[in-house]
Structure formats: structure tokens, C-alpha cells
Write a protein that binds this ligand. Structure first.
Ligand code: SF4
Length: 553
């Protein structure tokens, strides 16, 4: 049984050490060292919901307390979006309030990417009624809506919660959405179904004040698929399906991954965790993060920095000794995934003889009306279950064999390809300057245009290739793990004018050979040059590749 500390008074209090300066609660340092720690101490992020329902939604945007507006509202999936018309050159020089629009982005939390047709239909309705029809499938299986007015938030919650959806802890310094294999429980090649663990963690800990004040966000991934379809390498904690030679199917535990400006791959603790123990082990690791995580600087507050200092052996010892009170079993690493594509696109047979059909929106962009059409289409073909993926794609489950062709035609008539080009399949883009206050460049429209252009120019290209576009130096679209990673920034064009463009990173990958792409020194392309540049890189790869060589720098 996990023994995470329940409250301030119960947290371990030890003599202050040299780590005191990092603001670690577990070594006795409880004084907030920055504004974020202060507002979290002043009032729990989860408490803002009552104020939204009883004050802010009635009195309007201007009544919102600044610490709620830019802080606690995230605990309920709400961020202010960027005021339209402010170019990327102003991102770093304007005050946050000058970038704030009076509208919000709202993130709908979808643990395991699991949706019923009815839930998807309701998200589509909310999008059309309250979000000007916007809807983006994110690379963490959520769906984001934009143009939300604070006045409408209680009604939106009512609609979402009536069908079992929520925005609880969709953002904020807390356990974010639990990524799960989108084909958990149905894939014919599954090692183990992690769904019971996803559900139990959600039931016990999401929305609980036990973990609602962490040093920063905490990302979880659980998959028993041999395809390893949850980007476990870059999560704070991941449980990856393995077969133990004596004990059978279970999970290999990975800790401390994360991207952003200091990317770090997660490390194995070398343990085998049976399904029933996943929630307790998860709580132990989150407890370590809450109690020992660094709280002085936001830039050092992710779990990866603690892991970098401790290493996996010490981390495992503290987990066992202080949080679980028992030894964990040693276990084997997962095998190399069989395919470079981990997205379940295409038509695949399930365990029960039915089929699942994965399809590809462009860079995750859909809209509310189309979400409702997808839900209707799935239902008309006998399916009540859909999934989102970490590649900004979607899947319809439980399709009878004689319904597959009709469903594929229906999806393709909505411009969702089931057999997409590698460009449509492998390109992702973050939110970018359209809505994100940190953005320097536009990403979604550019990513979609790049796909179309490459399909036109290179119709014969068939290699798996990933092209990820970020709108700023953060890593919401995982540029460091892409074959071609594009980090948005202002660059100079041929006439010396500052224009939107990208710093290029080449050769990132996931899997057992995981590594971050190399920043190609000095290689920056303007947005207008992007299709020419990518075409040149891919053509050269085709011409010079050795047999079986994969794309790399
Ligand atoms: Fe915003 Fe930057 Fe994240 Fe893109 S990568 S969504 S621009 S913070």
C-alpha cells in the first residue's frame, strides 16, 4: 500500500539540507519561493471551480482574480487564449495581460483517449454552441476547444459531465490526463490491458487534494501494447507492457521523461509491476514528486530534474522504502516495437473478430460539426466506441467485417484518410500563434499546407517519416523526437527582413533507440521555404539511403 503524505502537516519534515534551496517540502522547506508556489499555498487550484460557478460566470471576465485567471483556472482546463492580431515578435516583450484575450481555451480530459459516440457528439455540440465550432485533437488524447466565454463555462461543464466527461486537472500543477493505449482491451497482439489501472488512478486520485499541489505538471502513460503507443519515453511516469518470464504479463516502470527546453528521456527503474499494483506504485511516484520535487524555479520543477540528480537506483530505493514499504520485483525491459508507426492508422482485426479503423485528420484539426458527423458515422456502422491517439489521430472500434468498407468510404468523404500518405500520417503541429500566448509562429495551417504540398510533390514517397511543428521553443508537438523537428522562431529572409520561420532539428526518434534530434547549427528556414526544404531533405534521403536505413540525420 502506498503511504504518500496526505497534507502539509503529514509531509515528512527533516532537517533542512543543502537541497533546502530547491524548495523541497520533504527536506523541511515549506516557504513558497515564487509566485506560483504562493498562489497554490494560498488556495488550492481545485477550489476555483466554486468561484467560476458562483461569481465569475455571473459577473464576467473582468471580475476574475488575477491569480485565478493566470493560475488556478488551469486546474479546470482553462487558459486564456492569445488576443488576435499580435504578431510573434511581441510575444516576449509584452506583459501577459497584454497578450490575454477575454476568451479561453478549454481542454476536455479524455483518459486513455476513450470516447463513446455520444460523448464525441456532445463535444461536437459544445464546440458548435460555445466554441465557434473549434476542436483540436491534441497529442495527449485530449480535445481542445477555443473561444470559450467565462459566462458559458458552468453550462459546458453540465453538458460534458452529463455524459461522463470532465475538464478536471486537464491543466495545472497536478496529474494531467492519463494517456492509455487507444486499442487497450481489443488489440489482437496486446500483452496486457492497462484500462483497469487507468480507471482506478482516475477514480482514486484525479480531483483529489492529495495531489493537487505538485511542483509542476505530471504526465502519465500506460500501455500494454507491443506497439508502445503512448510515447512512454517522454512522460513523467509510464507503465509499459512486458511479459515476465515467471510472473507473466505486467508492466515495466519508467520515470522522469519530459521534453520542453531541457529534454530528457525517462529511465527504467528495472521493476516489474503487476496490473493490480499500478495505482499504488503510481501514487508512490507522484508522492515523491510532490514531496521531493524542486519548487524554487519553474524551469527546474519537473520530475526529470530530480531523476537527473538521483538516478534510477536511488529513486527506486526511496520509492520502496518511504512510499511503498516493500521491495518491488525486478523485471525485463520491453522489446523493440515492431513498427515505426505506433498510431494504429488503417484497418486492423480485433481480438473478438471485429475490426478497428484508424484515420487521420490533418494535424489534429477537426471542428464541432465534423465531430458530430464522425460520431453518427460510427454509430451507423454499429460502433459505440472511438479513441483519440497521441499522434493527433482517431480510431473507430468494434466494426463488423461487412461494415468496414462502408465506414472507410464515409470517413474518406469527410476527408479523413484511412490509408493516408506518410506526410499526413506523420505530421503533427501544436496550437501555435492562432491561440497560444507563448507562440512566435503559426503552426496548424502551415502544417496542413505542408502535408498537401508534399503529397502533391512526392506522391511516390512511402517511408515512415515524422514532421513536427512547434510554435515556440517549448515542445508541445514533441519536435525533439521527430525525424524533422521544426521549432518556431523569427528568422531573416533573403532581404534581411524578420519573418516567421523554424530552427531545424533532424533525426529524433522514440523506441529502444530513442534519441533527440540534432539541432542543425545555423539551419533555419523561413515558413515560405519550408516545403522546398523538406522536399530536399526527403529526396536526398531517398537517393542516399542504405538498405533498411531509417530516416536519420
Ligand atoms: Fe504554444 Fe509553444 Fe506549446 Fe506551441 S509549443 S502550443 S506555441 S507553448
Amino acid at each position: 500500500m502506498a503511504t504518500p503524505q496526505q497534507s502539509d502537516s503529514a509531509a515528512p519534515r527533516r532537517k533542512a539540507s543543502r537541497h533546502r534551496g530547491e524548495g523541497q517540502w520533504a527536506v523541511g522547506h515549506r516557504t513558497p519561493l515564487n509566485g506560483n508556489e504562493q498562489f497554490k499555498k494560498d488556495d488550492d487550484g481545485l477550489n476555483v471551480r466554486t468561484r467560476i460557478e458562483t461569481i465569475y460566470s455571473r459577473r464576467g471576465f473582468d471580475s476574475i482574480d488575477p491569480n485565478d485567471l493566470r493560475g488556478r483556472m488551469r486546474w479546470w482546463g482553462l487558459y486564456t487564449q492569445r488576443k488576435p492580431g499580435i504578431d510573434g515578435g511581441k510575444t516576449a516583450i509584452l506583459e501577459p495581460e497584454e497578450l490575454d484575450d477575454k476568451f479561453f481555451m478549454l481542454r476536455v480530459r479524455i483518459d486513455g483517449g476513450r470516447l463513446t459516440a455520444q460523448q464525441l457528439r456532445v463535444i461536437g455540440e459544445v464546440s458548435q454552441e460555445y466554441a465557434r465550432g473549434t476542436a483540436d485533437v491534441t497529442d495527449r488524447q485530449n480535445i481542445q476547444l477555443h473561444w470559450i466565454r467565462i459566462e458559458d463555462v458552468p453550462a459546458i461543464w453540465e453538458k460534458l459531465e452529463a455524459v461522463g466527461l470532465s475538464t478536471t486537472e486537464a491543466c495545472g500543477d497536478c496529474p494531467r490526463v492519463i494517456i492509455g493505449s487507444p486499442v487497450a482491451g481489443i488489440a489482437a497482439d496486446e500483452i496486457i490491458d492497462g484500462t483497469p489501472a487507468v480507471d482506478e488512478i482516475h477514480e482514486r486520485y484525479i480531483g483529489s487534494k492529495e495531489f493537487s499541489n505538485l511542483p509542476r505538471k505530471f504526465k502519465t502513460a500506460i500501455s500494454g501494447s507491443p506497439v508502445q503507443d503512448v510515447v512512454h519515453e517522454i512522460n513523467d511516469i509510464a507503465f509499459v507492457g512486458v511479459e515476465h518470464p515467471e510472473h507473466g504479463p505486467g508492466f515495466d516502470l519508467w520515470v522522469g521523461g519530459g521534453l520542453s527546453t531541457n529534454p530528457r528521456l525517462a529511465e527504467r527503474l528495472g521493476t516489474w509491476v503487476p496490473l493490480a499494483e499500478v495505482p499504488d506504485v503510481w501514487a508512490g511516484v507522484v508522492g515523491i514528486f510532490r514531496d521531493y520535487g524542486y519548487r524554487r524555479l519553474r524551469t527546474r520543477a519537473r520530475l526529470k530534474f530530480l531523476m537527473a540528480d538521483w538516478g534510477p537506483e536511488k529513486f527506486r530505493r526511496i520509492l520502496q522504502d518511504e512510499y511503498l514499504g516493500r521491495e518491488l520485483l525486478d523485471g525485463p525491459p520491453p522489446a523493440e516495437p515492431r513498427s515505426r508507426w505506433r498510431d494504429h492508422i488503417g484497418v486492423h482485426r480485433q481480438q473478438d473478430g471485429n475490426f478497428y479503423v484508424g484515420f487521420a485528420p490533418r494535424v489534429g484539426r477537426v471542428d464541432g460539426a465534423t465531430l458530430a458527423k464522425i460520431a453518427d458515422l460510427a454509430a451507423a456502422h454499429g460502433s459505440d466506441r472511438l479513441r483519440t491517439t497521441v499522434e493527433q489521430k482517431m480510431i473507430v472500434l468494434d466494426v463488423a467485417e461487412d461494415q468496414v468498407d462502408s465506414l472507410v468510404s464515409g470517413l474518406e468523404s469527410l476527408d479523413f484518410q484511412v490509408r493516408p500518405s506518410p506526410f499526413r500520417r506523420g505530421t503533427m503541429a501544436c496550437t501555435g500563434i492562432e491561440f497560444c500566448k507563448l507562440a512566435i509562429v503559426e503552426t496548424k495551417a502551415r502544417g496542413a499546407a505542408l502535408i498537401d504540398e508534399l503529397e502533391r510533390r512526392m506522391p511516390e514517397f512511402e517511408e515512415p517519416v515524422t514532421i513536427n511543428l512547434n510554435g515556440c521553443p517549448n515542445a508541445c508537438a514533441r519536435i525533439q523526437t521527430a525525424d524533422i523537428g521544426l521549432k518556431g522562431q523569427l528568422v531573416l529572409d533573403g532581404d534581411g527582413n524578420q519573418v516567421e520561420g523554424f530552427q531545424v532539428h533532424l533525426g529524433g526518434s522514440l523506441g529502444l533507440q530513442a534519441g533527440f534530434g540534432r539541432k542543425v547549427r545555423g539551419l533555419k528556414v523561413t515558413a515560405d521555404e519550408l516545403p522546398d526544404y523538406v522536399e530536399r531533405v526527403l529526396t536526398r534521403f531517398q537517393e542516399e539511403r542504405e538498405q533498411d536505413e531509417r530516416f536519420a540525420a
